[in-house]
Ligand binder design. Structure first.
Ligand code: GLN
Length: 234
């Protein structure tokens, strides 16, 4: 399983997800604490954030371990936004290790990451094509097809997860997506945690040992917006 994290609230830099917290994504790349599948997240990483001058995010992703990118700490310090997403990857056996297989995937204003695995046959019918044969790229393409059909972020995630999870009962489908003003995430087979302060942090596992991290129940959809956080069953 990969690990992912997102922030919605007062503007912060990407370092707040990766480098600053004791158990941020940098540490989780080589020593995750709650990872159920895989021990290392060294097959790539990606980040996305929203610049004040545009609605489409800036996305930076690489197919190398996050700790080997010497340019990232500087970039992450100046990449500040009220909506951030970052992910580290542990490729599922048989999946290609390449940039196009690395989250976050993006389409228009949406960014999306996937923790888990799914049989490709369970998602192939949901999209015409994907940028990589990786299962996560197909899930992203399926969600983005629903974006283009006008579905809201949460509905698009829920439909794809329920369809894929029904077709492949062994699938693990924790998706995390944002659009610059809201976050949507699913819990289906792996952990997800929330932390509220001057905004909301959503992460596969807590980024630090502060009190207040809450585990999100299995088979739910989390919706976070400036109006608050809602959790509903899937
Ligand atoms: N199956 C996806 C991939 O290969 C996600 C892997 C994961 O969550 N570890 O990239």
């Amino acid at each position: 399983m990969c690990r992912h994290a997102a922030w919605l609230g007062a503007p912060r830099s990407l370092t707040s997800l990766i480098h600053e917290p004791e158990y941020g994504l940098l540490r989780q790349s080589y020593a995750p604490r709650l990872q159920r599948h895989g021990a290392l997240n060294a097959d790539g990483f990606g980040v996305g954030w929203y610049d004040a001058n545009g609605t489409e995010p800036v996305r930076y992703r690489r197919a190398i371990p996050i700790w080997t990118d010497a340019n990232l700490p500087g970039l992450a310090r100046i990449a500040r936004s009220g909506c951030l997403l970052a992910a580290i990857r542990s490729a599922t056996v048989g999946m290609p290790i390449e940039e196009t297989a690395t989250a976050p995937f993006t389409d228009g204003p949406w960014l999306l990451s996937h923790n888990g695995r799914v049989a490709r046959e369970a998602v192939r019918g949901l999209a015409d094509s994907a940028e990589s044969p990786c299962d996560s790229a197909w899930l992203a393409a399926a969600v983005f097809a629903r974006r283009r059909a006008g579905h809201p972020l949460g509905d698009a995630l829920a439909e794809v997860v329920i369809h894929a999870g029904t077709e492949d009962p062994k699938a693990r489908l924790n998706l995390l997506a944002c659009d610059g003003t809201s976050i949507a995430a699913t819990v289906w087979g792996d952990t997800l945690f929330l932390h509220l302060d001057d905004g909301v942090l959503v992460a596969s596992e807590p980024l630090d040992d502060r009190p207040g991290w809450q585990a999100v129940p299995e088979r739910t959809l989390v919706l976070a917006s400036p109006d608050g956080v809602r959790i509903q069953p899937l």
